[in-house]
Design a protein around this ligand. Structure first.
Ligand code: PMP
Length: 364
């Protein structure tokens, strides 16, 4: 394959980024216009970096209509560090946090929170292999809880909340790593939102945190500075040298999303893409079987099985031969997973569906 040929990248993350973003980044890599150096070579205290950090934050505010009483942070350590930072800051001694156990990443968040304080698993669908989301009736919330933690999209199993769970007055904390900015998000109904960048937002290692100021202010004092939300807020995401390239690239992605018409327009495209793929699964006469229950299906990560593991291996291999990459399911669950994040087009999904129809016909 010539090096300049891009594959169809259905990987779950790090994942495909929009080509116009990569092209602009490529140009900017030698010299940012008017600066004469790349973003990786300038001081994070310099005016050009400050401008692009603020522009990225302004674009997030515009995209997601972030209310003025929320702070936007771009930090390091990925989403996984937030598994620890959230309880370290916000789960006080004697308090309880409710966690909704809807998938493998939610389970990891629970394990980290338990190292810090008292956790109540408010609902779990583990017994169903996380193939569905809990119902409102299943949620057993703790009165006076410190916060309720949810995972808006379960990347490994391929399930996604269609609307937010009803948690009353409890502060809602959401890990939105794999569906952030795939559609509108009601920031005001959350106390804290975090998302690892490497799916819809940018390069790995950077995490976007949107937190309500008064909620962050309740955070514990005396924590190591880098693990404490307060100092990050006070220093405007520049407590130490931030992930400058990650912030730059996220800014480019936000600009691209705005150019696509914003989150409502992106959501329409994502719905059409997912429908095409799920329709192909459902129309295959049982050859392809969706993993997630239809009412819990994710628009981002489409998980399905073939009649045998051997056929799944063959499917992945033949897909790769046709430049359809990243289709192997997560190692913990097997099967096939097609991740169709914002930068995947309807045409890319059509290409995959064409391959699926051809494969099923040949190997039935
Ligand atoms: N939460 C979810 C929902 C994820 O999908 C992932 C990564 N796939 C993580 C957390 C962990 O992200 P990171 O690797 O950035 O720590």
């Amino acid at each position: 394959m010539p090096t300049a040929t891009r594959v169809f990248n259905f990987s779950a993350g790090p994942a495909v980024l929009p080509v116009p973003v990569l092209e602009e980044a490529q140009r900017d890599l030698i010299a940012l216009p008017g600066v004469g150096m790349s973003v990786m070579e300038i001081s994070h205290r310099s005016k050009p970096f400050e401008d692009l950090l603020h522009k990225a934050q302004d674009d997030i505010r515009a995209l997601a209509r972030v209310p003025a009483n929320y702070k936007i942070l771009m930090l390091q350590g990925g989403a996984s560090l937030q598994f620890s930072m959230v309880p370290m800051n916000l789960l006080g001694a004697g308090a309880t946090a409710d966690y909704i156990d809807s998938g493998s990443w939610a389970d990891k968040a629970i394990k980290e929170a338990r190292k810090v304080g008292k956790v109540n698993v408010a609902a779990t669908t583990k017994a169903d292999n996380y193939s569905r989301l809990p119902t409102t009736a299943e949620l057993k919330l703790t009165p006076g809880v410190a916060y309720v933690h949810m995972t808006s999209n379960n990347t490994i199993e391929g399930t996604e909340w269609k609307s937010l769970p009803q948690v009353g007055d409890a502060p809602l904390v959401s890990d939105t790593s794999s569906d952030m900015f795939s559609g509108p998000i009601d920031v005001a109904r959350h106390a804290l939102i975090y998302a690892g960048a490497q799916k819809n937002l940018g390069p790995s290692g950077t995490v976007l945190v949107i937190v309500r100021k008064d909620f962050a202010a309740t955070g514990k004092s005396g924590l190591p500075t880098m693990l404490s939300y307060g100092p990050h807020i006070e220093q405007g995401s520049r407590l130490n040298t931030p992930p400058t390239f990650g912030i730059y690239l996220m800014g480019q992605v936000f600009k691209w999303i705005l150019g696509q018409g914003g989150l409502a327009a992106i959501a329409k495209k994502n719905e059409a893409k997912a429908k095409l793929l799920y329709d192909a699964i459902d129309a295959s006469g049982g050859y392809y079987k969706g993993v997630a229950r239809p009412d819990s299906r994710s628009l981002m990560n489409v998980t399905f099985r073939l009649p045998s593991e051997d056929l799944e291996k063959q499917f992945v291999k033949e897909g790769e031969d046709k430049n359809l990459d990243g289709l192997k399911g997560h190692r913990s669950v097997g099967g096939i997973r097609a991740s169709i994040y914002n930068a995947i087009s309807l045409e890319d999904v059509q290409k995959l569906v064409g391959f699926m129809e051809e494969f099923a016909k040949k190997n039935r």
